[in-house]
Design a protein around this ligand. Structure first.
Ligand code: ADP
Length: 320
């Protein structure tokens, strides 16, 4: 490719900026021209596009969010939207594109590749729910943010002999909740992927734990599973332990990216540019073990990744 574009799409995640920076700097080093597309696929449709140079991405490496803005673009799910995006690329001479986002964004990347614009996806989401990749950009930062927040809740729960129910993000996937629960010693971890019974796994657990001398409890619950405020009331009624619920919410999306997320974003961004340099599109660039690899997008979308069930079971033995 001679001129490539970069955009961020879907939910934002800390570390996306590090990915944008890597793409821009690497492409320029290889003699390519680079443009930044604003607001996800919307920018491709509307021509909301800025020329990038090496200094355009200064001072963003350590910033959360995305300097290119992100969006969900319904129009891009239709063939007419894809064609408009393709026309914009042709008009501007863009012959390669990097898309940082989740599975939905990869579908758009595939459609655009099939339409003739080689497009490469990079996983960016705090949920870590991209099956083909061990980790996605933003997960490590969100995990550390959630852990710090729950540590604070623990201090106050401990001082008052309370139970703290915490709702953690994940978009239906339990990775963030499980790892936060492990790191914070939650006495119960409730995620979609496992068989869970409130009476058996929370009420009885709190009672047995209380009987051996513990008086404060953390219950970690993935978002979208239950009403955590109602759950807190139920726990209080059935165990007699004063219980409060906290929804961590969008706090988990922001903040300065961890070193791990910055390094991951840099590795993936460079690899994406290396593919486009060779004119290769319709790929997602991911991390497997400690190695950067790429997959055909359709193949990648069909992969499955569960949570670590052994870790979940081990937590029950240890967090008592
Ligand atoms: P994520 O990328 O985080 O999974 P979404 O599922 O919201 O987030 O997808 C982000 C954007 O990707 C959508 O708003 C749309 O522009 C594009 N997209 C999603 N699904 C498709 C699809 N089937 N075909 C083309 N584009 C899609």
């Amino acid at each position: 490719a001679k001129k490539i574009g970069v955009l961020t799409s879907g939910g934002d995640a800390p570390g996306m900026n590090a990915g944008i920076r890597a793409v821009v700097r690497c492409a320029i080093a290889k003699g390519m021209e680079v443009v930044g597309v604003h607001h996800g696929y919307n920018g491709l449709i509307n021509g909301d596009i800025e020329q990038m140079d090496v200094r355009s991405v200064s001072e963003i490496l350590h910033r959360g969010g995305t300097m290119l803005y992100t969006a969900r673009c319904l129009e891009f799910k239709e063939q007419a939207g894809i064609l408009k995006g393709k026309e914009t690329c042709e008009k501007m001479g863009i012959d390669g594109l990097v898309v940082i986002g989740g599975d939905g964004s990869f579908r758009g990347a595939r459609d655009l590749s099939l339409a003739g614009i080689p497009t490469v996806g990079i996983p960016g989401t705090i949920d870590n729910d991209i099956s083909c990749s061990d980790f996605s950009i933003g997960f490590d930062t969100a995990l550390n943010t959630a852990v710090e927040a729950v540590d604070r809740l623990r201090d106050t729960s401990q001082s008052h002999d309370r139970c703290s129910v915490v709702e953690i993000m994940g978009h239906g996937a339990g990775h963030l909740t499980l790892d936060t629960g492990i790191a914070c010693g939650a006495c119960a971890i409730w995620v979609n992927e496992v068989d869970f019974d409130v009476d058996r796994d929370i009420i009885q657990k709190i009672k047995s734990t209380a009987s051996n001398g513990k008086h404060h409890f953390i219950v970690a619950v993935g978002e979208g599973i239950t009403d955590v405020h109602a759950l807190a009331k139920e726990i209080e009624t059935k165990t007699g332990v004063e219980t409060r619920a906290t929804v961590l919410g969008h706090i988990q999306r922001g903040g300065t990216p961890t070193a791990r997320d910055r390094v991951l974003a840099t590795k993936l961004g460079v690899h994406a540019v290396e593919l486009l340099e060779k004119g290769i599109g319709n790929r997602v660039v991911v991390i497997k073990g400690n190695t950067v690899v790429d997959y055909d997008i359709l193949e990648a979308l069909q992969m499955k990744k569960g949570i670590d069930k052994k870790l979940f079971e081990d937590a029950k033995l240890i967090n008592i």
